[in-house]
Write a protein that binds this ligand. Structure first.
Ligand SMILES: [Zn+2]
Length: 219
């Protein structure tokens, strides 16, 4: 059983859409989870559907959505204050050091992050790489294991079968509630999902929402 889990992702909503089920399962077992969230997603293009945000109000709205989602998931939140859409241009060394300071304090046994180069968005790739670099700097005896989430369509061809498959159907209500907190980003998508849920075949919903998968990072 894990002692403490740390999730390291760049955007508000990455946690809810990507690993909320896994977080909910850990919380059910009583394992503390801390989210180091890189940015406030302030450069996002979605302003709600119908619009309720604008360029000025988006950071504050997304921050509140993030806080709400973390409350739903009962997970501690740390905002790292990086700038959205620019993580790839920041010094990886500095971000890794910033992350490592938290890891040294928290001493997690597991870190969840994106799989660099296979996470679709440059911020995802850069944050994953910095998180893995931070873990690498921890003494091997104290080093937590890392579960890396790949998203690209070619992931199975290149990386093979994921090492960790989490069936999150039993906590799906919590995951959906967390996703719903991010109304500025997923309002339109969720409506579509709910409309299609009756007609979509089960396998598709399963793949997309009921299963979370990770690759164990090899150092
Ligand atoms: Zn993201």
């Amino acid at each position: 059983m894990h002692k403490h889990v740390v999730v390291i992702l760049p955007h508000p909503d990455d946690e809810s859409f990507g690993c909320a089920g896994t977080v909910a399962k850990f919380r059910k077992e009583g394992v503390p989870v801390t989210y180091l969230c890189g940015t406030l997603g302030e450069m996002g293009r979605n302003m709600g559907s119908p619009f309720f945000a604008n360029r000025e109000t988006l950071p504050e709205i997304r921050k509140q959505e993030l806080i709400n989602a973390c409350n739903v998931l009962d997970m501690e939140l740390v905002m790292l204050g990086l700038r959205d859409k620019t993580i790839e241009f920041e010094s990886r060394d500095e971000i890794a050091e910033q992350i490592k300071q938290y890891l040294d304090k928290i001493e997690p046994t597991l870190v969840i992050t994106h799989y660099p180069e296979y996470a679709v968005h440059p911020d995802h790739d850069a944050m994953g790489a910095a998180a893995i670099e931070a873990v690498k700097r921890i003494n091997p005896e104290k080093r937590p294991e890392v579960w890396a989430q790949a998203i690209t369509n070619d992931r199975y061809d290149v990386l093979g079968v994921p090492d960790v498959l989490q069936d999150v159907k039993d906590v799906f209500d919590i995951k959906l509630k967390a996703i719903e907190c991010h109304a500025s980003q997923f309002g339109g998508m969720l409506k579509k999902f709910k409309e299609n849920a009756a007609t979509t075949n089960d396998e598709e919903i399963y793949e997309r929402f009921y299963r979370e998968e990770f690759y164990r990072w090899k150092f």
